[in-house]
Design a protein around this ligand. Structure first.
Ligand code: FMN
Length: 190
């Protein structure tokens, strides 16, 4: 299977730990794994020029050109991201906003090719606030809209709150088991 992993954090911190734990469980001999770090990519913001309305293609030439095929062709998507201001980091949001062309392709031009395999995703979100549920709700809502747009219909979310310092997530002893169960479920064919 083609697996796409997206790391939303600009630092080496909790999201990276979550993503690495998840990827350890994906056999590299069985799966093609691609990792995207939007914070290290050159991605401009959507200008709402609406050029994609007619074509389904974005006219901006930057690193999104290599991101689009991965979004379209991967059977499984694993996302690990921190909560920033009740949402996701701006660098990751740039990538999502640039999927407006895929939104037009799917909902207006109706050209999206439905994959024969059911595509699934795992979201892992981490926030520093102990009572930051609204951050999880808002970030998950954005990511749901993203997944729907790229035609991924099913997802599971693991959310962790109260982990602020890099590495703090390791204090949670149930994380590893939760990720193991979630990856097992994610890789199942049904
Ligand atoms: C700019 C910024 C905004 C943040 N906003 C929130 C927030 O709204 N809610 C929250 O729970 N944590 C917030 N945090 C804390 C981070 O989510 C937390 O430190 C998390 O562990 C970072 O994950 P990382 O180590 O993967 O980068 C914010 C951190 C930064 C730097």
């Amino acid at each position: 299977m083609k697996i796409l992993a997206i790391l939303g954090s600009p630092r080496k911190g909790n999201s990276e730990i979550l993503l690495n734990e998840a990827l350890k469980l994906c056999d590299k001999n069985l799966h093609e794994i691609n990792i995207l770090n939007p914070c290290q990519l050159n991605i401009s913001g959507c200008t709402a020029c609406d050029g994609c309305k007619e074509t389904g293609y974005c006219i901006i030439q930057d690193d999104m050109e290599r991101v689009y095929p991965l979004l379209k062709d991967s059977q499984r998507i694993i996302i690990a991201s921190p909560i920033f201001f009740f949402g996701i980091p701006a660098q990751f949001k740039l990538l999502i906003d640039r999927c407006q062309c895929l939104w037009y392709e799917k909902y207006v031009l109706k050209k999206t090719k439905s994959s024969s395999n059911k595509r699934k995703a795992l979201l892992m979100l981490v926030g520093g606030m102990k009572k930051g549920e609204i951050g999880i709700t808002c970030a998950e809502a954005t990511l749901k809209a993203f997944l729907r747009t790229i035609d991924v219909k099913e997802h599971k979310t693991l959310a962790y709150l109260g982990y602020d310092e890099p590495g703090a997530i390791l204090k949670n002893k149930s994380v590893i088991d939760e990720i193991r169960d979630a990856i097992k479920e994610l890789l199942q064919n049904d």
